[in-house]
Each structure stands twice: as C-alpha cells, then as structure tokens.
Design a protein around this ligand. Structure first.
Ligand SMILES: Cc1ncc(COP(=O)(O)O)c(C=O)c1O
Length: 174
C-alpha cells in the first residue's frame, strides 16, 4: 500500500505528548494549546490563532468566519477532500469548482480567474500532497485586490514570503 501521507516525527513529539498527558490538560486548554495557538498566529502574521481537532473543523470554522449569505460563492479545486465542499455548503454558500493541473494536482489558477464573479467571496486553496498551489498568479491577479472581488479591511503591507505563509493551510479567505 502507498500511504497518502507519512508523518514527520523526528523531534521531541513523544516527550511533549507524555508531558501533556501527565499534566492532565489533554483538551480545551493547557499550556501546549496556548503555545500552539500563539506561535501559529505569529508564524502566519495574525493576531489570533484557534486550534481545532482536525482539518474538517478548521475548514468549517474558516468558512463560517466569513459571514457568508445564501448565493455567495467560494471557488475551490475539483480534487480535494469532501470536507472543503461540505464546509461551504454548510455555510449556505455555493461551491464553484475549478479543474486541477495534471502536473501538480492543484487548482488551475487560470481557471480561478475565469470563475470569479460578482458573488465570489473567497478562494479555498488546497495545497495537495506536498504540492503547493501556484500562489503568485493568485496573489497578483485574483487576490482581494481584484476589481471583481469585494475589498477587505486594509491590512499592513506584507512581503511575498509573509503572504504565502498567511495563505498556507487549506483555506484562505478573500
Ligand atoms: C486536502 C485535505 N483537506 C482536509 C482534510 C481533512 O482533514 P481531517 O481528516 O483532519 O478532518 C484532508 C484529509 O485527508 C485533506 O486531504
């Protein structure tokens, strides 16, 4: 069998998990949770971070935070886990699928631009199986600065590297 993914466990994971279990704080709160949320937020250049139990929950929380209305649209790749489309449907919005590049298996960024319309509220990026989405055209042409995308509140300007980190993970709001 070829595994979809193999975890990288080459550090002090066992020591930390043991320490966490010994502390009794295995859910809801605790020093590891606080440190993770704070350090991940810092890494992404954001003020807050929220830890959840899995990727499916993270997608649902990210989409819910957009405050979408019925008829709003989110663009996503056709090749990904069903959790992506489920999070969009759960919010009442409409998933708009784009094809994937046969080389990288990630979303075709040219098609993304073509699919942006008046009801587009976000692009759900999925970096699949270790292949990153081709971010540059998306950030250059279809980020919230696109004339067709609704503007978001002004943020401090960021370097390309910071922007890539801010968009890392499954979901990126527009
Ligand atoms: C691209 C992608 N997103 C999200 C998920 C969902 O993650 P989880 O199983 O932690 O809910 C997976 C799971 O395989 C995935 O492949």
């Amino acid at each position: 069998m070829i595994p979809v993914n193999q975890p990288l466990l080459e550090g002090r994971e066992l020591e930390y998990v043991t320490d966490c279990i010994r502390s009794g704080w295995i859910s809801s709160a605790g020093s590891y949770l606080e440190r993770f949320e704070e350090q991940w937020a810092n890494y992404c250049g954001r003020e807050f971070g929220i830890a959840v139990s899995n990727g499916t929950s993270a997608l649902q929380a990210a989409v819910a935070s957009l405050g979408l209305e019925t008829g709003d649209e989110i663009i996503l790749p056709s090749f990904t886990i069903i959790s992506c489309a489920a999070a969009i449907l759960h919010s009442g919005a409409r998933p708009v699928l784009v094809d994937c590049d046969p080389e990288t298996w990630c979303m075709d960024t040219d098609e993304v631009e073509a699919r942006i319309g008046a009801r587009t509220r976000a692009i759900m990026l999925v970096h699949i199986y270790g292949h990153p989405v081709d971010m540059d055209p998306l950030l250059r042409n279809t980020d919230c600065r696109s004339s067709k995308m609704p503007p978001r509140p002004t943020e401090p300007s960021t370097s390309p590297d910071e922007r890539t980190r801010a968009h890392s993970g499954n979901a990126a709001g527009a």
